[in-house]
Every structure is written in C-alpha cells, then in structure tokens.
Design a protein around this ligand. Structure first.
Ligand SMILES: *[C@@H]1O[C@H](CO)[C@@H](O)[C@H](O)[C@H]1NC(C)=O
Ligand SMILES: *[C@@H]1O[C@H](CO)[C@@H](O)[C@H](O)[C@H]1NC(C)=O
Ligand SMILES: *[C@@H]1O[C@H](CO)[C@@H](O)[C@H](O)[C@H]1NC(C)=O
Ligand SMILES: *[C@@H]1O[C@H](CO)[C@@H](O)[C@H](O)[C@H]1NC(C)=O
Length: 474
C-alpha cells in the first residue's frame, strides 16, 4: 500500500468513534498527593474522555474543567443531605455557588447533580433514608428557580443492592422490599423531571464478597455457563445486573427511564482478585462490550457509563477492603497501569499525565544492621501503616511476595513519602535509614510522591495542549 492509501485509511478511521456514545470517568480526590486539576483535565481531554463524574463540587476542579466542554456531573456528599433536605435556602445556595456560578462565569458544562452517593448502602444502617428524597426535591426546585432545570438534571447514584431478583434471574427484578416505596417515589420523581436513574455495578465486589461467585461470569470474554432467563442467555454479570434494574423499572411502570452506569471498574491491588491482569481484562472487555452500541437484552442501544476510576486515591477509607485505593486506570501520578483502548482515540492507547513533578529520588528503608526482632519494629510498622498506605502488602498483592525486611521497609517508606520526605519522618529509632537506591522489586513499587498541590493558580502548568489527535463528537 502506498502512502496515499494509508492517508485515506487514517482519515476514514478518524471519526468512527462519533457513532458511539463516549465513555465517562469518575474523578475522586481523596488522595494525599492529588494531581493538579489542570493536569487531570488535560489527561481527560487527551484520552478523549468526554464526561466526568465528581463526588463534590470543589472550586478548583470545576474551574479547571471550564471551557473544556467535558460534560460534568457534580456531587452532593451524603453528609450534606440533611441540610439540603431540611433547608430550601441551603439547596438554593448550593446550586447558586456550585452550579450557576460555574456555568455562567467559568463556562463549565455541568449536566447533572448527583444528590448523595450510594446513600442506601446497607452499611449506612438507613442513615440517609429520610433525607435523600427531600434533598433531591429541594435541589431540583433550586435548579428550576435558577432557570437551569432543562440543562442540568438531578440524579441519585445508587448501589446495585437497591434492587434484587426473587428468582435469581433478571426478569425477577424488583426494588428491595425494605425500601420499595421509597424507591418508587424517587423513580417517579426522576421520571417527572426528565432525569436518569444512576446505578453503580461491581462484579468485582460480588467476587470479593462471595467465594463461590463464578469468576468467569464477572468478565465479558469469559466461558461461564450462561444464565438462562426464559430463553434469553446472560453471558456476564454486568448484563444480568443491568437488566435486573431494567426489569425492576419496567415492573413498576418506568420501563423507559434512562439508566446511567455511574461507576464500573476493577481494582489492581489490595486483594488476590485485584490485579492488573483482571483489571485490564474487565475494563477492556467492558469497553469492547459497549462499543458496538448493542446494549443488553432488555435495553438495546448505547450504554452511558463512567469508569471507576480515573486515578488512584490513597486516602480512601479501606473499610470496604484494601482494594479501595487501587481503582484507577491511572496511578496517583497519572501513569497508565495497563494498556486500554477506550475507543476514543485513533492511537488506541492511553495518554499519560504530562508535566508531573516528583519529589527527590530517595527512600526510607530498614537499616541493614537492624534486627527483625527489634522491639521497635512492630510499633513502627503499625504507626507507619496507620498513617500511610500499606494496602499493597498482603496475600496476592503487588508487594505480597516480599520478605519480612521488605515488608518493614515498605511500611517505613510509605510513611516517609506521605510526609513529603521530612527528615523527621525517617527517624524510627535504630531501624530506619535513607537510601538513594530504589528498593522496588518486581511488581512492588516503592513510590515517590509528586509535589504537593496547594490549590489556586500558583502551580498552574502552562498549557500547550495538542488536541488534534482527539476525536470529538461534533
Ligand atoms: C459547594 O460545594 C463545596 C464542595 O463540595 C462545599 O464544600 C460547599 O459547602 C458548597 N457550597 C454551598 C454554598 O453549599
Ligand atoms: C451500623 O451498625 C453497625 C452495627 O450496629 C455498627 O457497627 C456500625 O458502626 C453502624 N454504621 C454506621 C455507618 O452507622
Ligand atoms: C509481610 O506483610 C504481609 C501483610 O502484612 C504479611 O501477610 C506477610 O506475611 C508478611 N511477610 C513476611 C515474610 O513477614
Ligand atoms: C537503640 O540502640 C542502642 C544501642 O544498641 C540502645 O542502647 C537503645 O536503647 C536503642 N533504642 C531503642 C529505642 O530501642
């Protein structure tokens, strides 16, 4: 083939993506060393990610998203639901400060407000059952009052456990009995206000919490025995779960309510089933699964979804499990963890974070003269792990193969880096020392943190973006 036909081929490839609905990503910021918002926005744009879901409405984050044209879902955290529910004024202030201002002065393309985040999770013991719906109503009224209700839609990202199937197959789907009436009230309200239902679907969690869960059924290319639902075969858990919701909605008279998959993804560390191989298999499988716009048996057509997550967050609570800090398709510093074709770029590969500035290349490790049975070891390790992040240690994790000294060094170093390499953070008496030799081994990385982000404009990175490669929807 001569160069001419090559050129024609690449032109015809140029906008195949315009026929699929783009993929979104969740951008959480519970990190000790978050990337500058400008760096993250550039990461989103250079990867052709056209929709982002936030968990709050941080000013710097939204300002950085201004003029990017990326569609934004801003979030109201659960701990604000009570005030939104009980005070119309509070809801109006929230909308004015966190939606109206950003749309009118910062040019942010805000499209959704997420009212709460998985507020009906059973681990919350019903704490948000009474406040979620009134908060939803008040925020919607505030949007109407601000003249934004056509452009900005309310929704409530819910955990997939708000519905269940009495028969074990999707057609048996209905809302959980203990919250059935509440769910119908919310669903009717969403329907009346032209808003979508948002659900988070996690095959990984099913696998994590049920040792008998068939591993292959979690994936899209698996050879699991299909689930037969009255002649319809379900080959993967995602389709079955999504359709259980579709049936739940249909059964209650809302068969056409749009569904958004608010979170979907797979973690890479912190559990024996959380690794790069499975994460890549799941996320690439998902991207390929939805890329044809085929949908599920109950809901043919494009699937609107947000990957969880864009970047790792090393300060997330590990109550749900050690994997919680490892959901990113990118590491905390914007490196791609594995190859992933999002279908948004001609290149088909992830573009990494640019202009990331690291701290010095030095590490805090266990002294070679120190003894493992030194009485200072155990309290030092538990102190370090308590304040830093040791979730990459443990059975089947990226650092799970190390010996005891390696373990101890990992913990001390994690604390030292978290403390921005303060000399005083590597003064564990008689056991620690600073080294310039990278102690990383095999899959286990002894991280160096990035320069802390202090907010505002002082750390803004000069923009010289090249978006010519990004294939955008026109
Ligand atoms: C706007 O959102 C931020 C971040 O979530 C929050 O801290 C702040 O209280 C909100 N502003 C108002 C007026 O509610
Ligand atoms: C829920 O209840 C359990 C058992 O009573 C308790 O241990 C837990 O702390 C509670 N969680 C919340 C979020 O209130
Ligand atoms: C290293 O630490 C992990 C997690 O705390 C533990 O499971 C493992 O047994 C330790 N390895 C050694 C050799 O002490
Ligand atoms: C450190 O080592 C020295 C010399 O062996 C010893 O005298 C001292 O008590 C040790 N410090 C601690 C806190 O164990």
């Amino acid at each position: 083939m001569g160069w001419f036909s090559v050129a024609i081929t690449s032109i015809s490839l140029l906008c195949v993506v315009s026929t699929v609905s783009g993929i979104g990503a969740n951008w959480g910021t519970q990190a000790s060393h978050p990337l500058a918002p400008e760096t993250v926005v550039r990461l989103l744009r250079e990867n052709g990610i056209q929709k982002v879901k936030l968990f709050d409405a941080d000013y710097d984050t939204l300002r950085a998203l201004g003029k990017s044209n990326i569609e934004v879902m801003v979030g109201i955290p659960n701990d604000m639901l009570l005030s939104m529910a009980t005070s119309m004024k509070a809801a109006e202030k929230w909308v004015s400060k966190n939606v109206s201002t950003h749309i009118s002065t910062n040019n942010v393309n805000i499209r959704y407000v997420a009212v709460g985040n998985e507020p009906f999770l059973q681990t919350y013991n019903g704490s948000f059952l009474k406040t979620t719906f009134p908060a939803l109503q008040n925020v919607q009224s505030a949007l109407v009052k601000a003249g934004l209700s056509n452009q900005v839609k309310v929704t409530v990202p819910l955990n997939a456990d708000v519905y269940e199937s009495s028969t074990g197959v999707p057609s048996g789907g209905d809302f959980r009995a203990d919250i059935h009436d509440l769910m119908l009230t919310i669903v009717k309200f969403l329907s009346d206000s032209g808003s979508p239902f948002t659900v988070n679907i996690y095959p990984f969690i099913s696998l994590y919490s049920d040792p008998n869960f068939p591993v292959e059924y979690a994936f899209f290319d698996g050879n699991a025995t299909p689930v037969n639902d009255g002649g319809t075969s379900y080959y993967n858990m995602f389709d079955a779960n999504y359709d259980t919701l579709a049936y739940s909605l249909q059964k209650n008279g809302f068969g056409n309510l749009p569904i958004i998959v608010g979170e979907i993804g797979w973690p890479t560390d912190g559990d024996r089933n959380a690794n790069v191989e499975y994460a890549q298999r799941f996320n690439q499988g998902f991207m390929s699964h939805i890329s044809g716009g085929k949908g599920t048996p109950m809901r043919p057509g494009p699937i609107d979804a947000y990957l969880f997550s864009l970047i790792d967050e090393d300060s997330k609570s590990i109550d749900p499990g050690n994997f919680e800090r490892h959901w990113g398709i990118f590491t905390f510093d914007g490196r791609a963890k594995y190859s992933l074709n999002l279908g948004t770029m001609n290149s088909g590969v992830l573009v990494e974070g640019k202009n990331v500035r690291y701290q010095e290349r030095k590490w805090c490790v266990m002294k070679s003269s120190a003894k493992i049975d030194d009485p200072n070891v155990a309290p030092s390790v538990s102190y370090a792990c308590g304040l830093a992040d040791c979730t990459s240690l443990g059975y089947g994790t990226s650092c799970g193969g190390m010996d005891a000294r390696g373990n101890i060094s990992y913990a001390l170093n994690s604390y030292y880096q978290r403390q921005n390499q303060l000399d005083s953070a590597c003064k564990f008496e008689n056991i620690s020392t600073i080294t310039k030799t990278d102690p990383s081994t095999g899959t286990c990385r002894f991280e160096i943190m990035i320069e802390p982000y202090y907010g505002g404009t002082e750390h803004m990175i000069p923009e010289s973006m090249d978006f010519s490669q990004v294939c955008r929807r026109s």
